[in-house]
Design a protein around this ligand. Structure first.
Ligand code: UDP
Ligand code: MG
Length: 332
């Protein structure tokens, strides 16, 4: 059993995480490894990890050369994990380690993917509403059955992990890839706790990037939407042009209905702005896809490892297919 935990500036919670998770591991009959991925922390996270690794060799640690983002850290963790099943969880103990037993028993029942579904908290905040809208929007747009309100907290069988590892894309939305993979899936409801300490590391812009990756990597519907919108708007402008033409040709007839031609600067300006706006939106939508294509064609490594500890030999085959990072020769 592997447990993958991405950490970014989590010095406040690592001690507690080590304590709680060790307690849980003590009751497992399966052998376990924990893969901590330090996503370029700027605080003492790495030295705390090193201390943990010294104490307990089941904890293996990797450190990125800079902050590559949560989804990349999770993807690297999946690459490094060796277990026949891999659990992904957050470092901040919002995903309680005590729940892991339930995941494992579902896996033993034959499910390849066991994902956690957040039970709704009563407190309605703006962030909650935004999350809700995003999940609904995503499931409406995408053809894959991405479960509502489930995050990255999950257990995946080796089959699914191998498949995800083979996917080379870099703008990753791991829970989407997990849904794309298929296989037997089941959800487990759980209460999402408060952070054990420190501040949330997912800032507004990072969340927006994640939402955009979710939508644009799993749906081409926005492109089609742009086409439809363009057709509708140009249709309306053709009607408007026809109307104006007849208005000029038969002003008296139109005047009966109070529609005599008047200088319509406002109309012109508004329609120009409207059409201009629609065009910009459409270009932007195309740009989202083109930017992602560009990102993928550059073929840069998905992450860069600065240091790794706890493995006898390099755990990741550098030439293997799928997503890989770069490990400098002298440090591997
Ligand atoms: N995280 C990361 N890289 C980042 C941001 C976050 O590895 O750039 C990790 C973080 O350390 C935590 C997990 O991702 O273990 C979830 O982050 P956070 O708790 O801030 O997100 P939230 O729970 O608010 O969604
Ligand atoms: Mg959190």
């Amino acid at each position: 059993m592997s447990v993958v935990i991405p950490c970014y500036n989590e010095e406040d919670v690592l001690g507690e995480l080590y304590r709680r998770l060790s307690q849980v591991l003590g009751s497992w009959e399966e052998t376990a490894e924990i893969v901590l991925v330090d996503d370029g922390s700027t605080d003492t996270t790495w030295s705390k990890m090193e201390a943990i690794q010294q104490k307990d060799s089941r904890w293996r640690i990797v450190r990125f050369s800079r902050n590559f983002g949560h989804q990349t850290a999770v993807s690297a963790g999946l690459r490094y994990a060796a277990g026949s099943a891999v659990i992904v969880m957050d470092a901040d103990l919002q995903d309680p380690p005590e729940e892991l037993r339930r995941f494992i028993s579902k896996w033993k029942d034959g499910y390849e993917v066991v994902y956690a579904v957040r039970r709704h908290r009563k407190r309605g905040t703006l962030k909650r509403a935004a999350y809700k809208t995003f999940y609904r929007l995503l499931s409406g747009l995408s053809n894959h059955d991405i479960p509502l309100d489930s995050g990255d907290f999950c257990l995946m069988d080796r089959t699914v992990v191998d498949l995800i590892n083979r996917m080379p894309e870099k703008n990753r939305f791991v829970r989407g890839l997990r849904a794309w993979a298929g296989f037997r899936k089941t959800g487990i409801e759980y209460e999402r706790r408060e952070r054990a300490g420190g501040e949330p590391k997912y800032t507004g812009t990072k969340l927006l990037k994640l939402a955009a990756d979710g939508i644009f990597s799993f749906s081409a519907t926005p492109l089609r939407l742009a086409t439809v919108l363009g057709l509708v708007v140009s249709g309306i402008s053709f009607l408007g042009a026809g109307f104006t033409l007849f208005q000029r040709l038969f002003p008296d007839w139109f005047a009966q209905f109070g529609l005599a031609p008047v200088p319509g600067y406002a109309t012109i300006v508004i329609s120009i702005l409207f059409v201009g706006g629609v065009q910009l939106v459409c270009i932007g939508l195309v740009g989202e896809y083109v930017g992602r294509i560009y990102d993928e064609t550059k073929q840069r490594p998905a992450w860069v490892v600065e240091e790794q500890q706890g493995w006898e030999e390099s755990p990741v085959e550098p030439s293997s297919v799928g997503i890989t990072g770069y490990v400098p020769e002298r440090r591997s």
